[in-house]
Design a protein around this ligand. Sequence first.
Ligand SMILES: [Zn+2]
Length: 468
Amino acid sequence: MLSPDRLLPPDPGVRRIARDLYEHVRELPIVSPHGHVDPVSLADDVPIGDIALELVTRDHYLLRMLYSQGVPLEALGVRPLDGEGPTVDGRDVWRALGEHCGLFRATPSRLWLDHTLSEVLGIDVRLGRDTADDVYDAACARLGEAGFRPRALYERFGVEFLATTDGALDPLEAHARMRASGWDGRVVPTFRPDDVVDPDGPRFRENLARLAGMTGEDTETWSGYLAALRRRRGAFIDAGATASDHGHPTAGTADLSGVECASLFARVAAGRGEPGDAEQFRRQMLTEMAAMSLDDGLVLQLHCGSWRRHNPEVTRRFGADMGSDIPTPMDYVGALKPLLDRFGNEPALLVVVYTLDETTYSRELAPLAGHYPVVRLGAPWWFHDSPEGIRRFRQQVTETAGFANTVGFNDDARSLLTIPARHDTARRVDAGFLAGLVAEHRLDEAEAQDVAVDLSYRLARDAFRVGT
Ligand SMILES: [Zn+2]
């Protein structure tokens, strides 16, 4: 079903070079420093079960496209928050996908789905209206086999390191269970404190109280609050974390005095924030997180620029992560300056910046990463972790930032099943990009091979301190 030359350049001469480069990296281990696999699945190693609930209901890429063409979210297995309406079973969800799978032509979702069904599950029938039942039965049967349990998949995929994404208040029980089980897979949490640093969040004040309860610190004071965050970071590090991650609406940072911080915190913690306070607090907290990273070594990742829950009707009925998040224009040069003024030259700090605004690649991000020792460019993200998105990234940042100021690929996967598809896409597209440089005599083939290994493996391993 899948061409061995998929995603490689069409020119026969360049394709030959790309094939060799791809073969050189195809089997390298997978380093997955950012994603959303549920650690419970690997802690308990229970069979994945239903292919539709795994690949459709939990994947906002699929939900958004299907919703845009009139498919109700309920038909895709999403339960309304009020619990009204019938429960839809997996087979019906899969039939809805089969019926509408033409919507995904030329999108990365189609690539990932084809790869997952064919290469991972060994099903060589293309999904469509007429084949949906057969594919569903074959996939669910396959997922019931011992060799398709989460830990077996992790091992078969050659995953060397997998980071999940976990809120600051997460007790990390699944990670503890995994370690206690003696399994030698390396699955670690990532410290994602948005719930306790964003005063606009729905339960910010309640979360501060929970943070106090978990840490024994007084989170009604600025110093107690910072101490509580340090403790949670320590708990994450004890569980193997090597990075934090911050999902802010902007890349804004601030560097206020201690007195200003204390009074700003007092206002937002009491729910008496003035206009602009919430944004200013988030800005200050990125700088505080960088300061803590300098002490404890966590790599700071910044995923910013998404207008979350843009569609209020969908949010009201179904909650967050339903595919209604939309990118906004971004500023990094001005926004990151307060943080960089303070920490931009620190050899021990790494700030990995991701963007949804591709217009910033060559204008802002590549020059920042190509100068400041602390700044690295994160992999193409979300709307751009696609063949064209990865190509545009390389084309727009390489001449200024080189390869070494990037951090390899990360899959951002919702499901373990789709991890190989995403890394394979990146390895193929990067092989094509490098093959073009070889064909133009800008790199020789040995250099291109070396870079291909960096992009597929070494850069992520180094940036996210996998070897430490
Ligand atoms: Zn993510």
